[in-house]
Write a protein that binds this ligand. Structure first.
Ligand code: NAD
Length: 308
């Protein structure tokens, strides 16, 4: 077992990727706090207490788990959950910031509430949890923070709120990795890809079927989506990051799916244009030099006039 004696909080741990990670961490000997208020995939209330059900299932399988029905958007409640983990298990070793919702719309149709709510769950929620957990982890001089992001951070259509929040998760992770590393705490990002209600519910499947029938996607692409691996393929990598073996993996971002683990480049400047003299480029100079010096090989991701 790789996490014997550890205590882990998993936000959004009642379903999908979070639950798979909770189950695997419990099998690896960790005691688990499932933090999840439930709700529909857009974050609206739905009834039920999935956190209780998830904790019951882990306990029935021989693990040790408790449920908290709190939301990561509530700063004070996040402090209560961290305190509950410490009270019950004596430590807070692992924090998996996994809670997530979706409210997709084009930016011109996106109401302020959909922007605020998505950013509150994905980005502010991760800050809320790290803020409280880091205090305990610093005292322990040991901790592992694993933040779920998404490929959407690289640019997406119809999900500016989600993509922006996930981009924020990358920067947040890189910052806290640098602040907390000296205390024996690591922080890393995972961009998962797995079949869950977020990615492959009946509505999504019907949408892909329609696009296939309309000739908008190839059968190969359709089969690829329909056969996407489950969240159990993400869990071993999260356990690895939480384990002693990954003590020196810090501030990194990984892409994980069935049968594949990849690491992202560090963002860096790829070309530079400098000007001697007074240092102020004229607009004419920029119009001439930018394409030559900075945009070699560049492809516009959305050229004007392209079909919608
Ligand atoms: N599944 C994928 O392929 C995929 C791809 C990219 C990113 N992600 C990210 O992985 C994470 C998990 O996604 P999933 O696919 O398992 O989705 P999911 O809907 O199956 O699970 C998300 C869980 O988060 C919980 N949650 C929602 N709001 C919460 C809140 N305010 N506080 C605490 N919990 C809350 C939900 O109740 C749910 O149980 C998300 O952050 C998501 O953005 C998933």
């Amino acid at each position: 077992m790789h996490l014997e004696g550890k205590a882990a909080i998993i936000t959004g741990g009642a379903r999908g990727v979070g639950f798979a990670i909770a189950q695997e961490m419990a099998r690896q000997g960790a005691r688990i706090v499932i933090m999840d208020p439930g709700g529909a995939k857009d974050g609206r209330p739905e009834g039920g207490t999935p956190a209780e059900a998830a904790a019951t299932e882990i306990n029935a399988a021989g693990g040790e788990a408790i449920a908290c029905n709190e939301s990561v958007t509530d700063h004070t409640a996040c402090g209560r959950v961290v305190a509950a983990c410490k009270d019950r298990f004596g430590r807070v070793d692992v924090l998996v910031n996994n809670a997530g919702i979706l409210r997709p719309k084009m930016i011109w149709n996106m109401p302020e509430e959909d922007w605020d709510t998505v950013v509150a769950v994905h980005l502010k929620g991760q800050y809320n949890m790290i803020h409280h957990a880091a205090r305990v982890m610093r005292e322990q001089k040991w901790g592992r923070i694993i933040n779920m992001a998404s490929e959407a951070w690289r640019g997406t259509v119809g999900q500016a709120n989600y993509g922006a929040a996930k981009g924020g998760v990358f920067s947040l992770t890189r910052a806290v990795a640098r602040e907390l590393g000296r205390y024996g705490i690591t922080a890393n990002t995972i961009c998962p890809s797995a079949a869950t209600r977020l990615t492959l519910d009946e509505a999504v499947k019907a949408g892909f079927r329609k696009r296939l029938e309309a000739g908008l996607i190839t059968r190969e692409r359709y089969e690829q989506v329909m056969n996407m691996g489950g969240p159990e393929h993400i869990a071993p990598f999260a356990c690895y990051l939480a384990s002693e073996a990954a003590a020196h993996v810090n501030g990194q971002a990984f892409r994980v799916q069935e049968g594949m683990v990849a690491i992202y480049n560090d963002p860096e400047i790829k070309a530079t244009l400098t000007r001697a003299g007074d240092g102020t480029f004229s607009i004419e100079e920029l119009a001439r030099l930018v394409p030559q010096a900075l945009l070699q090989g560049y492809v516009n991701p959305a050229p004007a006039g392209e079909k919608e």
